[in-house]
Design a protein around this ligand. Structure first.
Ligand SMILES: [Zn+2]
Length: 159
């Protein structure tokens, strides 16, 4: 299963980050969990080589409680082209747990968003769990970016 691909990540689109913050707040007191997908920077009008995170993919059937989120791995399509993950910590702690570190080896960018889910309430980590920077970029998103992934798509991927 090829879940992740590697290429330089230039940043995350501002609208995408805002979406993740709002989704985390809406999911409170439970954890929010999704995978990050990226677009080629040139497709977004940037004259730079690399990728920009534009999409948060939540796997249907993901179960969460205040301290964990469990993704049903049989619901993850074969090639979701994720570059990392995002999840929330309802307790507000912006540090990866041991369980988080065990999953971070896949992908280069792992965002943890903590309550109260404001613009300063998130931190990004690399695959080894070390803090890393991630620029927030003002780029226009392709339309319906957040809603283009449906159960029908998954059925098709899995069939
Ligand atoms: Zn965590």
């Amino acid at each position: 299963m090829r879940l992740f691909r590697s290429s330089e990540i230039l940043g995350i689109a501002r609208d995408t980050m805002e979406f993740a913050l709002e989704a985390s707040e809406e999911t409170h007191p439970n954890e929010y969990m999704g995978f990050l997908r990226a677009e080629d920077a040139r497709k977004l009008g940037l004259d730079r080589k690399g990728q920009v995170i534009t999409d948060v993919l939540v796997i249907p059937g993901t179960k969460s409680d205040p301290t964990s989120a469990t993704v049903q791995t049989n619901m993850v399509p074969n090639d979701i082209k994720a570059v990392g993950s995002v999840h929330s910590h309802p307790n507000g702690v912006l540090r990866p747990s041991d369980a988080d570190l065990a999953t971070f080896h896949k992908g280069d960018v792992h965002i943890i968003i903590g309550a109260p889910y404001g613009w300063s309430d998130w931190q990004v980590f690399d695959s080894s769990g070390e803090p890393r920077s991630l620029d927030v970029l003002d780029v226009p998103l392709p339309e319906e970016q957040f809603f283009d992934f449906t159960q029908a798509d998954i059925d098709e991927e899995l069939s």
